[in-house]
Design a protein around this ligand. Sequence first.
Ligand code: PLP
Length: 486
Amino acid sequence: MDIDEFRERGKEMIDYICEFVSTIKDRRVTPDLEPGFLKPMLPSEAPMDPESWDDIMKDVENKIVPGLVFWQHPHFHAYFPTGNSFPSLLGDILCDAMGCIGFSWASSPSCTELETIVLDWYGKFDFHFLITTATIIIQGSASDCIFVAMVAARDHTIARLKEKPEYAHLDETALLGKLVAYCSTQSHSCVEKGARVSFFTLRLLEPDEHSSLRGATLEQAIEADVAAGLIPFFVSTTLGTTGSCAFDKLTEIGPVCRKYEGIWFHVDGAYGGSSFICPEFRYLMAGLEYADSFNTNPNKFMLTNFDCSCLWVRDRTKVIKALVVDPIYLEHPNEESAIDYRNWSLPLSRRFRSLKLWFVMRNYGISGLQAYIRNHVKLAKHFEALVKKDSRFEVVNDVLLGLVCFRVKGTDDFNKEFLLNINDSGKLHMVPAVINGQYIIRFCVTTPHATAEDVGKIDNLFITLTNFTHISLYCPRHQAKDFKKL
Ligand code: PLP
């Protein structure tokens, strides 16, 4: 493809995207397909000769699009939102066209400097008390952010212990065997994965009846481990848990972390963190001032396309010490005075992600982002009110942001059937969680362009949903497909 064809095809692609976005509501939310559906439709080998762009796009439309789950569909209510907006899309297109890999200041100074400036804007607005001392970086995902915090904490703790006479006889492996980290059973699974690959013990603690981890529970676990000769070193908490958007009690947990020497206190606000852009939700972050590190994903709840996950670290030297490796080909003359983000993350190569975040912040303005978040919360509150009014259902979480957790009053098996039938219908999509030992259904507001009219749409959606209580009673899942015809 030469530049003239690119100019033409690029315009066509924008048209295709606009059509895709504006007709998405007419599609099934989830595909009705079996695993392996694509293989018979595509050749088993890559083409030896070039193919025409028209043929490629025909296959996109006829073979690929039918196998998508439409995450931007107005009736997609699963997981958390995945950020999506036109300024962000344009940012990604430009990033890909510029094609810079800004791992160090020298490798592309604007990539580094814009990232610092945009994150400074973001931090100043939301997390001003963290920003004075902290360092911020965009990572690929919340899992990466938490893993980097864990690795920095582990490295720092081992270095600290090696200085102590009582541990001088132990090598790094023996010290690692003594390290213990803590999180709640409601923490995201990436905390468990990070601990597993980092080779330290992780204790999963029971939260309270609001799914919130409490200081006393943490302190009890720490005391028991200290008494057993182990070394507590890392606590990961959540502001906006995946299951029910619960908020751990940082005001209790922070002081516990401070009481015991050397405990790194991490806060995961992957979804909930973006809400603090609205002053009225900042009460939810009380206690964040104790944190050693904090992450939030603009690519979830701030209209920025994946990937864009921000990590604040109070003391950057701890991250750099853990991650720096200096081969000669990466040296440059400005190392002393400039930031090299490669030393703050696992991958070397980095996309110019700050470009899309900058576009989003400028094009929406803080007020536009606040309006977006407020609309989501308003729609969730409206859905909550509908569920509460219907005696067949119960709401099972504190609806604080855009997530409503509910269930049909009945057995877990009935609720499973109910959800499977809903998802099989292709009309809307939700996923389950287990809260306080019960199977529950998560309804998350995800639409990028929520408006006042969406309140009426939620009313209709709730009626659709209530019909499935009937279907689930009489239609076990293996017959569910028959009901789609009704
Ligand atoms: N933390 C929380 C609270 C989440 O909800 C999620 C994902 O939804 C994650 C971490 C993991 O996010 P990522 O996919 O960016 O690694």
